[in-house]
Design a protein. Structure first.
Length: 401
């Protein structure tokens, strides 16, 4: 729902009745993942998309019916090959879709409105809705904010609401959309209950340390990918807005001091990518010593294999464990074969994107890979889901002496 928050907020503010169809689960190949939404108002106007056209017409009709009846529910759309005109996904996947009526007097309306308002103001908040559980609780919602406060109720006990708010808050802290499992009595007790959690969070951060040509190219591609980009260097002559016009901010500071301040201010999370391009020990070692101890999504450092070996020894001397050192992506980037600043930036961005979605170590051309084209993100085994990072050994990548 929050992928169309700006438009829905206008509908909400104008007291318009509407219903929202939201993807809650995907099996097999499907164009869009959980959280993708199609909204329909009482005039039949539609916003958003569920599947790129496969099931939109059927979902549109279900939304209109929900507006009229006030009743929602979860519907499944699967592959339909017997009848070319039947409702289904031609790509062969299965979508579970929650239909939620949001009419003037519906109890869920102010809860959804709170999250839409927060998203519109750039505040961190999340919407948790019951997508599986007792019929009387289906569609019930909580709006959870960054400070831990919440609005709404799930139709059970206060203990259930508190437990659900904690689970929703954990996904919000990671800036993730996903599902949370708990019981109707709170915790894991009682009947099973599944929440779809949609997080409204600011764009993921890309912190680029080292004001060099590679940094300028990386700032451009990072901005293109939707990140909030910061370029930081301790040398004022190199780090200027004119050199990095695509960056959201340029900072003159010692890298490790800047990273510490950003972390202490609560501006970093498990989606944050840190790219260290200085390959200068007086900058790199203090910075990486801190970065590898924080629960950040990606930490990569530029340099040759010899530089990496020397850097690893220095970091080990600083007390970093083998597990922490295994998180370091160095030499930085995937081995795409290029060498220009732009090609190197593409290799780096490809790597931190792959790490975020749990694909690092399994990169293949789609034409050579088996299985569905669209697959949900899978955190590597042994790591918290919020981190989406592996403990792979040092691998090949773009090398810069």
């Amino acid at each position: 729902m929050l992928d169309i928050a700006a438009e829905l907020r206008a509908w909400y503010a104008s007291d318009r009745d509407f219903a929202v169809a939201t993807v809650v689960a995907v099996s097999g190949s499907a164009p869009r993942g959980p959280g993708a939404s199609l909204a329909v108002d009482d005039r039949g106007t539609a916003l958003g998309s569920l599947s790129g056209g496969c099931v939109e017409s059927a979902a549109h009709e279900m939304c209109l019916e929900a507006i009229a009846s006030g009743e929602g529910g979860v519907h499944r759309f699967g592959y339909s090959d017997d009848d070319a005109f039947a409702v289904g996904l031609t790509c062969g996947g299965i979508l579970d879709v929650l239909i939620t009526p949001v009419r003037r007097n519906d109890p869920v309306r102010p809860v959804i409105g709170a999250v839409l308002d927060a998203a519109g103001c750039g505040s961190r908040s999340a919407l948790g809705r019951v997508v599986c559980g007792p019929p009387e609780q289906l569609g019930r919602a909580l709006a959870v904010h960054a400070d831990g406060s919440y609005e709404g109720c799930l139709g059970g006990s206060a203990e259930l609401d508190e437990a659900a708010a904690a689970r929703v808050g954990a996904l919000l802290a990671a800036g993730r959309t996903g599902t949370a499992e708990l019981g109707t009595a709170g915790g894991l007790c009682g009947q099973p209950l599944t929440l779809l959690v949609e997080s409204a969070a600011e764009p993921p951060r890309l912190l680029v340390y080292g004001a060099i040509d590679f940094a300028a190219a990386l700032a451009r591609i990072g901005a293109f990918l939707g990140h909030r980009v910061t370029v930081c260097d301790a040398r004022p002559v190199f780090v200027t807005a004119a050199r990095f016009p695509e960056a959201d901010e340029v900072v003159v500071d010692w890298p490790h001091r800047h990273l510490a301040a950003e972390w202490e201010a609560g501006r970093l999370d498990a989606r944050t990518a840190v790219c260290v391009l200085t390959h200068d020990a007086k900058f790199d070692i203090p910075l990486l010593t801190l970065a590898l101890r924080l629960p950040l999504g990606y930490v990569g450092a530029m340099g040759s294999r010899r530089t990496h070996t020397e850097r690893t020894e220095r970091l080990r001397a600083e007390g970093l464990t083998a597990a922490a050192l295994a998180r370091l992506r160095s030499p930085i980037g995937l081995d795409l074969g290029g060498g220009t600043p732009e090609e190197t930036a593409l290799a780096i961005a490809a790597e931190f994107t792959a790490v975020r979605y749990g694909r690092e170590g399994t990169i293949l051309p789609l034409a050579r890979r088996r299985g569905p084209v669209h697959r949900p993100a899978q955190p590597p085994p042994g790591r918290p889901a919020a981190l989406v990072q592996t403990a792979a050994a040092v691998h090949g990548g773009t090398e810069v002496p």
